[in-house]
Design a binder for this molecule. Structure first.
Ligand SMILES: Nc1ncnc2c1ncn2[C@@H]1O[C@H](COP(=O)(O)OP(=O)(O)OP(=O)(O)O)[C@@H](O)[C@H]1O
Ligand SMILES: [Mg+2]
Length: 250
């Protein structure tokens, strides 16, 4: 896609009744980027994700994913994006393996490919050996891994993650984030993820947006490998983000 944005929000406003959830938000994401959305509770992060995945239509402005309007051109985007949420949304009557198969089944992948691919993705997220366990037999971290494996197995261009790492303890979440970021880069996926933890964003993202409430860009910054290698710089960036997320008055 080169210079064109895979994902674009152009001056987007979204209201729920009289409540403005998104206020003239403009942002774009390029192919292969990992982008983090940060912001206080109620800032409109999940609403932005809903706009991107097409489950919510905007009132003003335009939303484009791969040149299509996700709330209208549903068919054209079928299989191109995958989502994973804070609650893992796994089916309790299916095993880990069968849950990973689900997305591929919905998208009518060839039957003989589904099982091997599901096995491969469970292995890829370090769940080898847990294939036949039911959801209640898995820890929270394992469930998130299954959810991510399911999202990745359909080979989407774009991954949208809303607080996927948030409910896990710090160590589990850190390992999972690292594994996930590595996979996303290795397979050249594009990923937008919502988190309330600055460290998640600092660790994974190429670019970070801090959203004000209602959602508009309060701060946008880019993280380079040089930044990551410089602890003093990272502390500075951390503080800058913390300040943008908020003090009581701005
Ligand atoms: N379907 C809806 N109907 C009415 N109001 C809504 C709806 N969805 C979201 N809102 C409101 O829009 C605002 C933004 O909500 P949103 O869920 O996008 O915030 P968020 O940044 O994801 O918050 P959190 O960090 O708590 O998940 C909130 O004030 C919320 O109450
Ligand atoms: Mg939310």
């Amino acid at each position: 896609m080169g210079e064109t944005a895979l994902l674009e929000l152009d001056n987007v406003t979204k209201r729920f009744g009289s409540h403005i959830a998104v206020d003239r938000l403009t942002m774009s994401v390029h192919q292969g980027e990992i982008v983090a959305l940060l912001g206080r509770t109620g800032a409109g992060k999940s609403t932005v994700m809903g706009l991107l995945m097409g489950s919510i239509g905007c009132d003003e402005g335009g939303v484009r994913v791969a040149g299509k309007d996700p709330s209208r051109d549903f068919q054209a985007l079928r299989g191109k994006m995958s989502v994973s949420f804070q609650t893992d949304r796994l089916l309790p009557w299916r095993t880990a393996l069968e849950n990973v198969e689900l997305g591929m089944q919905i998208l009518d992948f060839p039957k003989d490919q589904i099982r091997p691919k599901a096995r491969e993705w469970l292995r890829r997220v370090n769940l080898h050996g847990a294939e036949d366990k039911y959801v209640h037999e898995l820890s929270g971290g394992m469930r998130q891994r299954v959810s991510l494996a399911r999202a990745l197995a359909v080979d989407p261009e774009l991954l949208l993650l809303d607080e996927s790492f948030s409910q896990l303890d710090h160590v589990t979440s850190q390992v999972l984030r690292r594994d996930f970021a590595q996979i996303v880069r290795e397979y050249h996926k594009t990923c937008v993820f919502v988190t309330h933890r600055i460290d998640d964003a600092l660790e994974m993202a190429d670019r970070i947006f801090v959203l004000a409430a209602p959602a508009s860009v309060r701060l946008e910054l880019r993280l380079s490998a040089a930044d990551r290698a410089d602890p003093a710089r990272m502390t500075q960036i951390h503080d800058q983000i913390a300040a943008a997320i908020g003090g009581p008055d701005e």
